[in-house]
Write a new protein. Structure first.
Length: 573
């Protein structure tokens, strides 16, 4: 969510323009659009330590900008993290042995800030390709041909000046062996150890185990039957019966095969449900309340209209502790609004049947939950804010990406502390919910038993794919319904799906739709009426409702949005 008028992602349009310039001026950064050659049977990966399993062996990173990390990883147990600083773009290079007059396919998996991959010294045309911010693992691919006398080529990765760190893994330079050989073929990974039961509910059991070197994935077995395949060292078994014991085992996998199953552990579900949702009504309207003045109407919590059922206080602030967050009321910017008044207003809203939650992230908010320690810090600090201010729960609005493994761990830890009335909402961008393999989508499915609602942001998006495989442009009924369909068909319950839209044209850079279009989309999904060209195969009467950014921009427009959409949501079947 944005803190300045007009554009919620005020940096992203600028980056798109800069990206074009960068592709021209960066050393060797000319994107190749030709076909990548298909590797022949005798071809090998001539890159060494391609998965960074041996630290930075064979790699050289400028100015000490590179290190290896255990999370996030694409395969195995390690990946490269390189951090641009000042005039350094965090370039990491490796000289690979190649054959003259040969074609090589160059690729790598990347995540994080701007990332380039390329090759120099080819003896022909040096190449590179790049991607802007990637919130999940993205494959970069290009190819090059060596000259008649070329026996060594330098492959490189780099980020961009002043931008976020990038992560890279599983680099491949596939072609004829130039005499340097290749990394040994993978072997079957060892059996995972440390399998342990975490938080449980009446329908789920959370499990975690120790990562296995060389593993690219893990299989979870329930009572001897494989039930899940995951990439990280944790999983949650769902759809379980209450008050029932289950036996769990886990195995590790990679291209060479599957390990033996681990020793079994027993997890027992609770007697009664501890699912989230608090006192949120069947059909609910969510509004973000701004703890800052950006030109919208300045409000107290008490000023938020009664049409809003969930009020998301925007935003918490990161602390110096990894994963830690806190809240600082902007009393000066809000006309002298005191902390005591703020707390009293929250209690009054709750007495009126409303939920008030703390939102984490927004456009400028960066909170990294990338390991067990930061996950624990996150859960503890959010719970502390709930106790201090009386918040009913938390909203996840991290626009710089998240790690599904550890965010799941964090939210389950919070749930175990806060209990069954915890409200958990999420506000992913449209791109984050295009596929169930995305980190946001995986997180939502991982915590389905304690999740209240996902209010995806249907704005600042351009065009996106709907569940029918067709492309739809933002600002239409079809855009809202066809993209909501992806979540509904991807595993979320209808009660966990809401439509997130701007309250006015000032609330977002693009994608504003009138309340009439929002209401038509709600009718289409819940009743099968007022659809555009796309009509879902079935109706979803229990659809949760709608969300807007923000209650302040709504107030600036005379509460036109909530006055129109609120009663319509509350009147759904």
């Amino acid at each position: 969510m944005e803190r300045t008028p007009g554009t919620r992602h005020r940096r992203r349009p600028v980056r798109a323009i800069l990206g074009s310039a960068m592709a021209v001026v960066a050393a060797g950064a000319l994107t190749v659009t030709g076909l990548v050659s298909t590797a022949e049977a005798a071809d090998v990966n001539v890159a060494k330590n391609a998965g960074f399993e041996s630290g930075l062996t064979n790699w050289t990173c400028s100015n000490g900008s590179g290190t290896t990390v255990s999370s996030p990883v694409h395969g195995g147990s390690s990946a490269l993290k390189a951090s641009p600083a000042g005039q350094d773009n965090a370039q990491c290079t490796q000289a690979v042995a190649v054959k003259p007059n040969s074609t090589y396919a160059l690729s790598g998996w990347v995540q994080g800030g701007y990332t380039y991959i390329g090759a120099t010294g080819t003896g022909t045309t040096d190449v590179s390709t790049w991607t802007p911010d990637a919130s999940s693992w993205t494959k970069l691919s290009t190819s090059f041909t060596t000259g008649p006398n070329t026996t060594s080529v330098t492959v490189y990765l780099h980020g961009w000046y002043g931008q976020a760190p990038y992560f890279a893994d599983d680099i491949s330079v596939t072609g004829p062996d130039g005499g340097g050989g290749t990394d040994p073929a993978p072997t079957v990974p060892a059996t995972p150890g440390g399998l342990a039961v975490g938080s449980v509910t009446s329908s789920s059991v959370a499990l975690s185990w120790n990562p296995v070197s060389g593993a690219t994935g893990y299989n979870l077995y329930q009572n001897g039957t494989k039930v899940q395949s995951v990439s990280g060292a944790s999983a949650t078994a769902t759809g379980l019966a209450a008050s029932t014991s289950y036996s769990f085992q886990v195995s590790a996998t990679n291209a060479a095969g599957e390990s033996a199953k681990s020793s079994a552990v027993t997890g027992t579900t609770s007697a009664t449900g501890s699912g989230g949702g608090g006192t949120v009504p069947k059909h609910a309207v969510t509004g973000y309340w701004q703890n800052f003045n950006n030109g919208a109407t300045v409000q107290k919590i008490s000023d938020v209209p009664a049409n809003y059922d969930i009020i998301a206080v925007s935003f918490a602030d990161a602390t110096g502790t990894p994963g830690g967050v806190t809240f600082n009321l902007d009393s000066a910017g809000l006309g002298g609004y005191t902390v005591d008044q703020f707390k009293a207003d929250i209690r009054a809203k709750q007495a009126a049947g409303k939920s008030v939650i703390i939102s984490i992230g927004g456009q400028n908010g960066t909170v990294s939950i990338n390991d067990s320690t930061s996950a624990t810090n996150f859960a503890n600090s959010v719970y502390s804010m709930m106790q201090t201010y009386g918040f009913d729960g938390v909203d996840i609005d991290l626009e710089n990406g998240l790690n599904s493994t550890y965010m799941t761990q964090a939210l389950r830890s919070l749930s175990s502390k806060a209990g069954s009335k915890l409200v958990i909402t999420m506000a992913p961008q449209t791109i984050d919910m295009q596929s169930t393999s995305g980190e946001y989508f995986k997180t939502a499915l991982n915590i389905k038993d304690i999740l209240t609602v996902v209010n995806m942001q249907y704005y600042n998006s351009g065009s996106m794919l709907g569940c029918d495989g067709k492309v739809y442009s933002q600002g239409s009924v079809d855009f809202l319904t066809a993209l909501a369909c992806i979540q509904l068909e991807g595993g979320l319950a209808p009660a966990q799906v809401g439509l997130g839209v701007p309250a006015s044209t000032s609330g977002a850079g693009s994608g504003y739709v009138s309340p009439t279009i929002v209401n038509n989309a709600l009718d289409c999904l819940a009743r099968g009426t007022n659809c555009g060209s796309f009509k879902p195969s079935k109706t979803y009467p229990s659809l949760r409702g709608a969300m807007t950014w923000s209650t302040n921009w709504d107030a600036k427009s005379g509460n036109a949005w909530s006055n129109a959409v609120g009663p319509h949501v509350h009147g759904l079947p």
